[in-house]
Design a protein around this ligand. Sequence first.
Ligand code: ZN
Length: 282
Amino acid sequence: MRVASRNGRLSLVIDGRIVDVERSSGGRYSSDPQRVWDDWDGFMAWASGADHGAGEAFDLTELDAPVPRPRQVFAIGINYAEHAAEAGYPPDSLPVTFTKFPSSLTGPVAHVQLSSATVDWEVELVVVIGAQCDFVKRDAAWTHVAGAMVGQDLSDRTVQAVGAKPQYSLAKSFRGYSPTGPWVTTTDELSSRDDLAIQCSLSGEVMQSSRTSSLIYDIPELIERLSAICTLFPGDLIFTGTPAGVGNARSPKRFIGSDDVLVSTIEGLGELTTTFLAPVVD
Ligand code: ZN
């Protein structure tokens, strides 16, 4: 299944066309794309068995963040060895965990206002939790995952480094700094759970290109470690970290300008297109 939000309504993308879930289910399921996480297993059972008809044509610009109001958004830093190296950390660094506040979420085709002249890109695989996790061991972790999607962890490097300690959560939570989508691809439809091509390009120039098999802490490991401390709820998101190639680590440094177009892609999951508005100067 591919689960999307079209103009704020829960939808399924089937063979390149889109189905409105409230209408297709005769009102059994709410149009609110967040409510589906209250009964994810029941929804999947219905969605995989029902006849959804031919669906409608649609445009990616009609889609919103697939999970609009997750209870928690976890984000992992320093989780690809080459990125750890470019950022100046030893390869055995324990990945840092922070949050991207949910108000920063936006959809797959978004216009984002830059907060400064030092905003950076970080393409990331985003895991969507499907079942409550408490002390889940890695062998059982995938049964608690609903699916995955593409994410961008947009980051204001000045805000991140302004104090004595890094301000990851705030620097990465400006309005629109968490593009996600274009839809949640459920785990049964992933071509691979642990080896997908991941890439982003800025105005046509490839900036990051890697594979998710290069994660230092893979998805089961992250779920085991996070659920040992926090309860994870259905619909929670985990941004799993970014590969090498961020602008802050380049020589000279490179950041996003207001005329740039950022395209973020993961094999089999789709693509995000993010455009930018100039920062407000006062
Ligand atoms: Zn990141």
